[in-house]
Design a protein. Structure first.
Length: 147
């Protein structure tokens, strides 16, 4: 009589629960590398977007200085640029150098790091090519305004 009570009981057996857990674990293990790669690409793209906004701020600063002085600076650190957020407290360091090509067109080259990624000597056009390896891992830039 006791056996028939347990036989009619509804629910999942331990084997069924273990099978579901194993299947879910396998699915998570298969999806994890893709999710991590997507997150890494998003972080790199955000870093590139920040670099592009820094170059645009340098363009603005150079234009303002060119109007107000005879010899505007050709190198700006992040602290000297009119940026919307404090880049130093966000962990960024670097500078934008300005050079002139033979046709007198200004070329803005950025050297930037946030402690995780580095951009060394890239222009706005080079950063716009997302397939280009503009960003590398590292924590130090290879140039400064004194050179």
């Amino acid at each position: 009589m006791e056996y028939s009570k347990f036989k009619n009981r509804n629910g999942f057996t331990l084997i069924e629960l273990l099978a579901v857990i194993v299947i879910l674990s396998i699915l998570i293990l298969l999806a994890m590398p893709s999710v991590l790669r997507i997150m890494e690409n998003a972080k790199k793209n955000a870093f590139i977007t920040e670099a592009e906004s820094i170059i645009k701020a340098a363009q603005t600063q150079y234009a303002e200085n060119a109007v107000n002085s005879a010899a505007p600076k050709t190198c700006y650190t992040l602290e000297e640029l009119p940026l919307e957020k404090d880049m130093k407290s966000a962990g960024y360091s670097g500078m934008v150098k300005i050079s002139f090509e033979s046709n007198n067109k200004a070329k803005y080259t950025i050297y930037l790091t946030n402690g995780t990624y580095v951009i060394n000597g890239k222009t706005l056009e080079e950063l716009g090519k997302k397939e280009d390896s503009s960003v590398s891992s590292g924590s130090s830039v290879s140039s400064n305004c004194s050179t």
